[in-house]
Ligand binder design. Structure first.
Ligand SMILES: [Zn+2]
Length: 205
């Protein structure tokens, strides 16, 4: 087993391993927002809502408490030459945009070409999941996943493709109900057009 030690925080993120805001304070903040929209906090249906919202936050934003490099710590040495693409398709992405705190829902497709080390395929999805559970833009999510895998596995290349619906576009602002956004990020030999085309062709197949 080789370790990929966390050298520096991933671009744009500072891991918060402990928080100075207590659960009680967080619940009070939700109560304030409910009052702001004109709700009656004593209404039966809302009695436990602040607690439920904070529990949801623990799920939605649990990625701040996890190191996205951790799933890639256990790797396997690969003795035979495998010089082809390993592609994991249709990884569910459920994130929230950092501008409006509304959902970003879509699919990620992650590929790498191994170089001596391989990793359990579910670990690639774990990396995507940890980053998803933080506030961000789709662009930064795509880059963070690719750079983390590239750094930890030291493969010949990494390609990440995400297609997602942003509820800040579909439910507010321009209210464009049918729009989706695609982002890609390529590292190593996937920056070469031939390998990039191979990746995109695999996605279509
Ligand atoms: Zn937004």
């Amino acid at each position: 087993m080789q370790l990929c030690l966390a050298k520096i925080p991933i671009k744009g993120y500072n891991l918060i391993m402990s928080t100075k805001v207590s659960r009680t304070e967080a619940k009070k903040a939700i109560e304030t927002l409910l009052k702001y929209i004109g709700e009656d906090l004593k209404r039966e249906g809302l009695v436990d809502t602040p607690e439920r919202v904070i529990k949801s936050f623990d799920t939605f934003y649990g990625g701040y408490q996890q190191d996205p490099k951790a799933p890639l710590q256990k790797t396997f040495r690969y003795y035979k030459d495998y010089n082809e693409v390993v592609l994991v398709k249709d990884i569910d992405i459920m994130s929230h945009c950092e501008h409006h705190l509304v959902p970003i829902i879509g699919k990620a497709h992650i590929a790498y070409i191994p170089h001596k080390k391989i990793v359990g395929l579910s670990k690639l999805a774990r990396v995507a999941d940890i980053f998803s559970r933080r506030l961000q833009t789709q662009e930064s999510l795509t880059v963070s996943i690719a750079e983390t895998i590239y750094e930890c596995l030291e493969p010949k290349g990494v390609a990440v493709y995400i297609n997602a619906v942003h509820q800040c576009m579909t439910t507010r602002g321009i209210q464009n109900k049918h729009s989706s956004t695609t982002t890609t990020h390529f590292k190593g030999i996937f920056t070469e057009i031939q390998h990039r085309q191979e990746f995109l062709a695999l996605l279509r197949s």
